[in-house]
Design a protein around this ligand. Structure first.
Ligand SMILES: CC(C)CCC[C@@H](C)[C@H]1CC[C@H]2[C@@H]3CC=C4C[C@@H](O)CC[C@]4(C)[C@H]3CC[C@]12C
Length: 353
C-alpha cells in the first residue's frame, strides 16, 4: 500500500483486505493538523499531530478536480445550461421553493447566485435552528413520496420540466463547486477530504452508492433511511436521508434533503450533492435538518488495476443545531472513515454473489 512521507495515510484492518484512508480536516485559513480517530493508526509511526497535507497530495487533488471541467461531458452540459440561462425562451414561470410564489424572471438568476454563495462558505452561514418540537415520524418510502408529490401537485403540475431543470442545475452546480473547493486549497475551511483505495471497479462503486442508494441503511449503521423522492433522468435525483443517532454518536439524528448528481468520464465517476429546499417537504418534526454539500466523491479508475479504484471524498456538511466545532470536527471524519469501512465490506460481500 502506498503512503506518503508525512504519515498522512492510514491502514484500516478489515478482514483480508485493508483500506487505506488519508483524511484531512481543514479549518481556518490554512490547513492545520489532521485528525486521527483512534481506530486508525498511522502506518509509518509518524507523529500524526504534526502531519500536514503534503504538497504532492494537494497537486493530485487539483489535478483530479481540474480534469472534469475539461471533459467533453462537462463542457457540453455547461454549454447547454449557459444557453438556457441566457435565453429564457420557452422557459415557464419559476416558483420559489420556499414560498411557492412566482419568482420574477429578473430575480431568478440572482436568486440562484445567492443560493450558491450561501453554499460556498459553510462556515459563515448565519446559524439557524431548524429544530422542531419532538414528535413521531415514521414515514415509509411510499408515504414520503406521496407527501412529496401531493404537496407539489397544486402549484407545480404545469412546471414539471422547469423544476427538473432546476434540480439538474443544482446537481451540476454542486459538482462544479465541490471541485472548486478541492482545487483552491488556500481557501479550505471546514471541509474534510479523504482518499482511499477500494477493491472494486468504479462501476461497482457507482452501483452501490448511486443506483442502489436506498439500500445504504442495510450496510451502514450510521444511516437510518434513504428515500429517493425523485429521479431526473439517470444522472440526477432528489433524496431524503435520515442519519441514525446511535448511542455514542456525538451528533444526534439529522435529516437531509439533497439533490444528487453523477457524471461519468473516461477516467472518473463523479458523485456530487447539495442541500436543496422544498416547501412541500419541510424539516420533519423531531429532526434537525442538516445540509450536505456542496460535496463530491471522485471514483478514479486505476489503469494498472481495473478491479481497484481510488476514492476521493470531499465531505462538506453543516450539521446545524448548536454544537462546538471541535465536536463536529471529530465526529465527521469518524463517520466518514466508518462509512468507508462499511462500504469496503459491502463491496466485498457483493463480490461473493
Ligand atoms: C454525524 C452525522 C450528522 C452524519 C453521519 C452520517 C453521514 C456520514 C452520512 C449521512 C448521509 C450520507 C450520504 C447519503 C447519500 C449519499 C449519496 C451517495 O451517492 C454517496 C454517499 C452519500 C453522499 C452519503 C455519505 C455519508 C452521509 C453524508
Amino acid at each position: 500500500m502506498a503512503h506518503d512521507q508525512e504519515g498522512n495515510w492510514f491502514e484500516v484492518q478489515g478482514g483480508d483486505s485493508s483500506l487505506a484512508v488519508m483524511s484531512h480536516v481543514t479549518s481556518g485559513t490554512a490547513p492545520t493538523s489532521s485528525l486521527y480517530p483512534s481506530t486508525f493508526t498511522p502506518t509509518d509511526g509518524a507523529n500524526p499531530g504534526a502531519a500536514l497535507v503534503s504538497e504532492a497530495w494537494k497537486e493530485e487533488l487539483k489535478d483530479l478536480a481540474t480534469k472534469v471541467s475539461l471533459s467533453a461531458a462537462a463542457q457540453s452540459k455547461k454549454a447547454e445550461h449557459e444557453i438556457r440561462e441566457e435565453e429564457p425562451v420557452g422557459r415557464k414561470t419559476q416558483y420559489s421553493s420556499e414560498t411557492g410564489r412566482i419568482i420574477p424572471l429578473t430575480s431568478w438568476k440572482t436568486r440562484r447566485r445567492d443560493l450558491q454563495t450561501a453554499n460556498t462558505r459553510p462556515g459563515t452561514r448565519a446559524p439557524q435552528t431548524s429544530q422542531r418540537p419532538p414528535g413521531t415520524t415514521s414515514l415509509e418510502g411510499q408515504e414520503l413520496r406521496d407527501k412529496w408529490s401531493n404537496g407539489l401537485e397544486d402549484r407545480w403540475s404545469d412546471e414539471l420540466e422547469d423544476r427538473d431543470w432546476w434540480y439538474q442545475q443544482q446537481g451540476q452546480d454542486a459538482l462544479q463547486e465541490a471541485l472548486n473547493i478541492m482545487q483552491n486549497t488556500e481557501d479550505w475551511r471546514t471541509e474534510i477530504i479523504s482518499q482511499s483505495e477500494l477493491d472494486a471497479s468504479p462501476e461497482q462503486i457507482y452501483e452501490v452508492l448511486f443506483v442502489r442508494v436506498e439500500e445504504m441503511n442495510e450496510w451502514n449503521p450510521n444511516i437510518a433511511r434513504i428515500t429517493v423522492l425523485k429521479h431526473i433522468g439517470e444522472e440526477t435525483m432528489v433524496t431524503h436521508e435520515i442519519s441514525a443517532g446511535k448511542a455514542g454518536n456525538l451528533i444526534g439524528q439529522r435529516d437531509f434533503l439533497s439533490v444528487r448528481h453523477s457524471l461519468k468520464t473516461e477516467r472518473c465517476i463523479y458523485l456530487s450533492g447539495a442541500a436543496t429546499q422544498l416547501e412541500a417537504f419541510p424539516p420533519q418534526p423531531g429532526f434537525i435538518r442538516a445540509e450536505d454539500g456542496p460535496t463530491c466523491i471522485i471514483i478514479e479508475r486505476l489503469p494498472s488495476c481495473p478491479e481497484r479504484s481510488k476514492f476521493t471524498w470531499l465531505l462538506n456538511m453543516d450539521v446545524k443545531g448548536w454544537l462546538p466545532k471541535s465536536v463536529v470536527n471529530q465526529a465527521l471524519p469518524q463517520a466518514q472513515l466508518e462509512f468507508m469501512r462499511h462500504l469496503q465490506k459491502r463491496l466485498e460481500t457483493d463480490k461473493k454473489f
